[in-house]
Design a protein around this ligand. Structure first.
Ligand SMILES: [Zn+2]
Length: 99
C-alpha cells in the first residue's frame, strides 16, 4: 500500500488502519470524525453519528478485502467488490464533509 500521512494528526497511516480521503487529503477515520463532531451543528450531530457508523463499517470491509487479496490477488470478484465499496466510502465521506 502507498504511504499516506494523515493531515489531521500528521502521523503515517499504517496498514490495517481505517482512513479515508477528503478534499484536504488522507485522514484517519477517527481524526476525521472527531474533527467533524466539533464542526457540525447540533441539529446534524445525529446524522453525523449515523453516517460515521456507516463509513466505519464500509472501511472495515475494505480492510477485510485487502486481507483476502493478500492471499489471492487474482480473485476478480473481490477486486470488483473493493472498487465498489471504495466508491461508497468516497460518497459517505463526501456527505460527512458537507454536513
Ligand atoms: Zn490522524
Amino acid at each position: 500500500m502507498a504511504e499516506f500521512v494523515c493531515y489531521s494528526c500528521k502521523r503515517k497511516v499504517l496498514t490495517g488502519e481505517k482512513f479515508t480521503f477528503t478534499k484536504s487529503g488522507a485522514v484517519h477515520f477517527d481524526c476525521f470524525i472527531s474533527a467533524r463532531r466539533k464542526e457540525v451543528p447540533e441539529e446534524k450531530q445525529e446524522t453525523l453519528r449515523k453516517l460515521s457508523l456507516l463509513l466505519d463499517s464500509q472501511l472495515k470491509l475494505l480492510i477485510d478485502i485487502l486481507e483476502i487479496r493478500k492471499g489471492q490477488p487474482e480473485v476478480e470478484a473481490v477486486t470488483a467488490a473493493y472498487k465498489n465499496i471504495e466508491k461508497e466510502c468516497g460518497e459517505t465521506t463526501r456527505q460527512i464533509s458537507s454536513l
